[in-house]
Ligand binder design. Structure first.
Ligand code: F58
Length: 832
């Protein structure tokens, strides 16, 4: 039903749109048919939806490839300065709908397919997600490359061409099961292989000191193994198609040239084994969220992609005929977290060992080229690699890191003469039983700018994480608040609301999200409220059907849709949400007439496969869901749904249907959050702590239009210093005690008492590190306030509109402009 609604709205508008790329419905129809016949060798009567999807993608490619070559020509013609965004993760999701929207051809394609008896929305569902990321960090990279292209900046995203993206999740008796994600099994129409740009990457081996003909010594690294990096380019279309940049993803293969000797020595089988080992490097995305495993393969992945990318950057620089002194004028490299840090010693190695530049000169270039984004304060997530591992895999890089550190510690000595404690704290190499390389320290020492991702986070980076670095380099640590692309997160995922905004504030909100503010006066207009909330209801009905399809659970669109979607982590506190659900359930069982607005609690989350407690929380939520959903006594007032396999394409259906957005991390621990922004933009109200970007959202929206609860960053610190005891809360709050004790019974897991006790233990015996019990009461009160407010339809509608219309600041275009102004200093080169 909803899909029909989408179609009507768009059909009415289609006549007004002038596409960025000239293509009539008739031409599009013909292009799709041509691709079906000439590229896929099939015909209308035989083609399934997958074939139609492929044909449509190929038809779109025909239009955007031309823009891609034009952009590349223009960039090399102007020898532009570009930013190279190095990231182990790009969580792209699906591209067909996004590319059509950015080419302003969505309606054209919709009409063209309709003429062929096909529905574009259905066709889009055929596309597997490009799930090359874990969560926020990877999705941020995807939003940023969309914004860079939209704004017309020369930029390349560099990453890994994982054969398997983030695992696919299903549930078996409530427990998470992981399966490989085979997104490319049948090919990917969006990528172009570029064998002409292959790179070779050395590994292992030893370092030799060589004296040259002038008597000067230098280092030569003799590799023990070599990999081949094959680049796959994914075109990134900016909105309006004035720029098509690329995302270049490296695939690892065996370097046949290197293995030639083995072949010749009759080692055919050995060589095949080497080959498959080489191919494992880009096989799989590491599914750790926040903690790192410290595996050799992961270090090699990082080095492999950094080495390929740095060589590729230098190849383009040389091809333009440039000389080293202007390298930093042409090249900016952004490190998305510490994962690509190894690019720093790699660039030093090439400049010093291969190009034989003077160390100081090479270093001065690196300092200008690199900048680093920090995404977390969690100590377990700050990457460290053992010196021993480095020595084995990257012996020359270790020497270079030692030399960088030696020189850096001289600066520290100048600033704090004789202070060995500070030296030990700041040193890139951590001493101890296992000597470790601290990647974040290497990043901070090298980079000219280091940014946090929301105001409060960046402040904590200065005061708590790197206070001495901040004293040493007073202008280095800055803030760039995260943002989201309004193309995907409003225009494409919520076409009805997008159309309402088109009509109310004009169409350019898509590139200037501040325009949404013009709708604020309408927040109290009953006609506008009605339309806004009708759209919300339609979106909820659509989600009701998806829930039924995926889980068989029936929920009502009249209930409050209360959603928490994000990676599963104790600091994000899905367990706090759980104990509040239990509280409501208990109230209902105690009093079947308990007066509450019906509520559906929705979850979507993947747990790192090795993270026991996270998996227990998933299990508990699923078990509670089973019980609650089948309990007739509560008359459907409470439903709990955990949707399996949360991913970008599912998120696109959940954000538009949310009434409540759960952003409930312990204050100080969520660096920014970006889901919070997607919810609010789509008209959900936030129940949240004063953490990450929630704080800036409250400034924009007005805290009175959100449900803020819990301890502040300062109060968290105070409580922890004073000595936090979760039992104080347990014994003082009978409702809390009752729900926690409930977890020890077999009520939710018949015949298996104690199956959920782990959660109780983590909240009591193990000390409740994330202060769930301290925030419980205030969280429950915030939920009571939600219930009261929701009963006042006009007030709720007003708040929903205010939330959405106040999101201008959180456009990723604004984040990119901040980076350009304060870090990258780029110029725009949009096509005419
Ligand atoms: C996230 N980090 C932050 N890390 O948690 C979130 O607050 C922020 O909004 C977002 O970055 C964007 O800045 C995050 O997603 C990871 O997924 C890493 C993956 C690799 C291992 C370490 C965590």
């Amino acid at each position: 039903k909803k899909q029909a609604a989408k179609k009507t709205i768009i059909k009415n508008k289609s006549a007004e749109i002038v596409p960025a790329v000239a293509c009539t419905t008739k031409q599009m129809r013909q292009a799709i048919l041509d691709r079906l016949h000439k590229s896929l060798a099939t015909e209308e009567s035989k083609a399934n939806n997958k074939a139609w999807w492929n044909a449509t993608c190929y038809a779109v490619n025909e239009l955007l490839f031309e823009k891609l070559t034009d952009t590349q020509k223009s960039h090399s013609g102007h020898d532009t300065r570009a930013v190279n965004y190095l990231s182990l993760e790009f969580l792209m999701g699906r591209l067909l709908s996004n590319n059509l929207h950015n080419l302003e051809l969505f309606n054209v394609a919709q009409d063209a397919l309709k003429g062929l008896g096909k529905d574009l929305y259905e066709i889009c569902e055929e596309e597997p997600d490009m799930a090359l990321g874990n969560g926020g960090l990877g999705r941020l990279a995807a939003c940023f490359i969309d914004s860079l292209a939209t704004l017309g900046y020369p930029a390349i995203g560099y990453g890994i061409h994982y054969e398997n993206g983030l695992f696919a999740q299903s549930f078996q008796d409530g427990r998470q099961i992981e399966r490989p994600d085979t997104w490319r099994e049948y090919g990917n129409p969006w990528e172009i292989c570029r064998p002409e740009s292959i790179q070779h990457v050395p590994l292992y081996g030893y370092v030799e000191t060589v004296i040259d003909e002038n008597g000067i010594s230098h280092k030569v690294w003799h590799a023990g193994q070599k990999l081949k990096g094959v680049p796959w380019d994914v075109p990134i279309v900016g909105y309006g198609a004035k720029t098509v940049n690329i995302l270049r993803l490296w695939e690892s293969r065996a370097d046949e040239a290197f293995d030639w000797d083995v072949f010749n020595a009759g080692g055919y089988v050995d060589a095949q084994v080497e080959k498959s080992k080489a191919e494992t490097i880009s096989k799989v995305l590491y599914p750790n969220d926040s903690t790192d495993e410290g595996k050799e393969l992961r270090l090699i992945q990082q080095y492999f992609f950094c080495a390929c990318s740095v060589k590729d950057i230098l190849r383009r620089f040389r091809r333009a005929g440039n000389k080293w002194p202007i390298l930093a004028e042409k090249v900016a490299i952004q490190l998305n977290d510490t994962h690509p840090t190894i690019a720093i010693p790699e660039l030093m190695r090439i400049l010093v060992d291969e190009e034989r530049l003077d160390w100081n000169f090479a270093w001065s270039l690196c300092e200008k080229i690199f900048s680093y984004t920090n995404h977390t304060l969690l100590p377990e997530a700050l990457e460290k690699w053992s010196v021993a591992l480095f020595e084995k895999v990257l012996p020359r890089h270790l020497e270079i890191i030692y030399e960088i550190n030696r020189r850096f510690l001289e600066t520290v000595e100048q600033k704090w003469p004789g202070d060995n404690d500070i030296k030990a704290k700041l040193s890139i190499v951590e001493e101890g039983s296992q000597r470790m390389v601290r990647m974040a320290n290497l990043c901070v020492v090298t980079s000219h700018k280091v940014n946090g991702v929301a105001a409060v986070h960046s402040e904590l980076v200065k005061t708590d994480l790197f206070p001495e670095f901040d004293q040493l380099y007073p202008t280095k640590l800055i803030n760039v608040t995260n943002g989201i692309t309004p193309r995907r997160w409003l225009k494409a995922c919520n076409p009805a609301l997008a159309a309402l905004y088109d009509e109310t504030v004009g169409k350019d909100w898509v590139v200037n999200l501040d325009k949404l503010k013009d709708a604020l006066p309408k927040a109290t207009d009953t006609v506008f409220q009605k339309r806004f909330m009708e759209i919300k209801r339609d979106n909820k009905v659509e989600l009701v059907n998806i829930i039924k399809d995926l889980t068989g659970i029936e929920v009502s669109a009249d209930a409050i849709f209360d959603i928490q979607i994000k990676r599963l982590h104790e600091y994000k506190r899905q367990q706090l949400n759980l104990i509040h659900i239990l509280t409501l359930y208990r109230r209902l069982l105690d009093n079947p007439d308990y007066d509450m607005v019906p509520r559906v609690f929705l979850f979507g989350a993947k747990a790192a496969p090795g993270y026991h407690m996270a998996k227990q929380i998933i299990y508990a939520l699923n078990k509670v869901a089973e019980k609650v959903n089948s309990d007739k006594r509560i008359k459907g007032k409470l439903k709990v749904v955990f949707l399996p396999n949360y991913r970008v394409s599912l998120a696109e259906k959940m954000f538009p249907a949310a009434d409540i957005s759960e952003q409930i991390s312990t204050a100080g621990l969520e660096a920014s959050g970006t889901g919070n922004m997607k919810f609010a933009l789509n008209g959900a109200l936030t129940v949240g702590t004063m953490d990450g970007a929630n704080i800036e959202m409250a400034e924009e929206i007005g805290a009175e239009h959100m449900f803020i609860f819990g301890l502040s960053v300062a109060e968290v610190k105070e409580l922890k210093t004073a000595g936090y005891n979760p039992y104080d809360y347990y014994y003082n709050n009978p409702e809390l005690k009752a729900v926690l004790d409930w977890l020890d019974t077999d009520f939710f897991t018949p015949g298996q008492p104690g199956a959920l006790s782990d959660i109780k233990r983590s909240l009591l015996e193990y000390g409740d590190e994330y202060l769930c019990l301290a925030d419980y009461e205030s969280y429950c009160k915030a939920h009571d306030a939600i219930d009261t407010t929701y009963r006042n339809k006009a007030l709720w509608a007003e708040k929903a509109i205010r939330n959405s219309a106040a999101m201008g600041k959180f456009n990723s275009d604004r984040s990119i402009e901040d980076y350009v102004e304060n870090v990258w200093h780029l110029k725009k080169y949009p096509l005419a």
